[in-house]
Design a protein around this ligand. Structure first.
Ligand SMILES: [Zn+2]
Length: 308
């Protein structure tokens, strides 16, 4: 099991199909568990995927069309049933707080969940954790919609051969990391000499939107970009009218933003019987990186950092 992975709970837009549940995504990032856009049926998909309610400590809703939120009542109720003891934080577009309230209290149950609502009211950082910074930006859809971006802080990677060459080992390594310098063998060694910059990993989640600057900004340098591809390029007019992307446009975002892995999802039911290669091919025509056409219950590891 990878420490950083996307568990795909559903991949259908608008209406679920025989093969595809409504949207839903669980991002495991070390000890953090983020549930994105729980569509209808998410509770049961979590069961199939081996994701428990107690593994979720943050819920990020992009917007309140049903395929992105109808699973909330079930998931929240399940959290109470399972006696989830930790605080769960929920993000969603502030303009539609009353919709969230209705979903939060859609049914009667013994409610023990501590849910902290943190609506998104503008572009920028919405949560700052030791492990990552979570950002949101407004997208261009038919209703208020936000995309999310998770960014790990940049750090430094220790270089074992440089440490050995200077006779530094054991607890001295920690001292050097904390102080940035260390007296070793009568010589002052700086952290820069024995380590190299390590770029923090980035994850981007771009759902229902037309092409817009925010989509590119969210995706900038993403190690994994999860992007809606509701339509094939031949239906670009439909995509524009309904505030969606085509597979080719998703590929363009990944290419221009310098993403590494593009995960296509949120497919219209009109492509149910068409081969996934159609959408993959359209994205690959403009994006040279790795592409996954997501299926329900896929587990997709966040790609490892490139080794230099
Ligand atoms: Zn939508």
């Amino acid at each position: 099991m990878s420490n950083r992975e996307l568990v795909v709970l559903g991949t259908a837009s608008q209406a679920p199909t025989r093969r595809r549940n409504h949207n839903g995504y669980f991002l495991r990032w070390e000890t953090e568990g983020l549930l994105f856009d729980p569509g209808e049926g998410t509770q049961r998909q979590m069961l199939f995927a081996g994701v428990t309610a107690s593994q979720v400590n943050r819920i990020c809703v992009t917007h309140f069309h049903g395929d992105h939120c109808l699973g909330l009542p079930g998931v929240l109720q399940r959290m109470s049933l399972d006696r989830v003891a930790h605080v769960v934080t929920a993000h969603y577009p502030e303009e539609n707080g009353e919709v969230f309230g209705r979903l939060r209290h859609a049914s009667l149950f013994h409610d023990t969940l501590t849910l902290r609502e943190h609506p998104v009211s503008g572009d920028g950082t919405i949560a700052e954790l030791p492990a990552f910074r979570l950002e949101a930006r407004a997208l261009s859809h038919l209703v208020p919609t936000v995309g999310y971006r998770l960014a790990e802080p940049d750090g430094r990677r220790m270089l074992p051969q440089e440490l050995v060459a200077r006779g530094i080992s054991g607890p001295d390594i920690g001292r050097l990391q904390r102080a940035g310098r260390l007296l070793a063998g009568g010589r002052l060694v700086t952290l820069d000499e024995v380590s190299a910059p390590r770029r923090g990993q980035r994850f981007a989640f771009v759902m229902d939107t037309r092409l817009c600057d925010a989509a590119f900004e969210l995706a900038a340098g993403a190690d994994m970009l999860v992007c809606e591809a509701t339509f094939a390029d031949a239906d670009a007019a439909l995509a524009r009218d309904y505030g969606h992307l085509t597979a080719g446009q998703a590929g363009r975002i990944a290419a221009e933003a310098g993403a590494r892995l593009l995960v296509l999802t949120h497919f219209s039911q009109r492509y149910e019987t068409r081969p996934a290669d159609l959408l993959r091919g359209e994205a690959a025509a403009v994006f040279g990186g790795e592409i996954v056409v997501a299926d329900d219950l896929d587990r997709i590891p966040v790609p490892r950092r490139p080794v230099h």
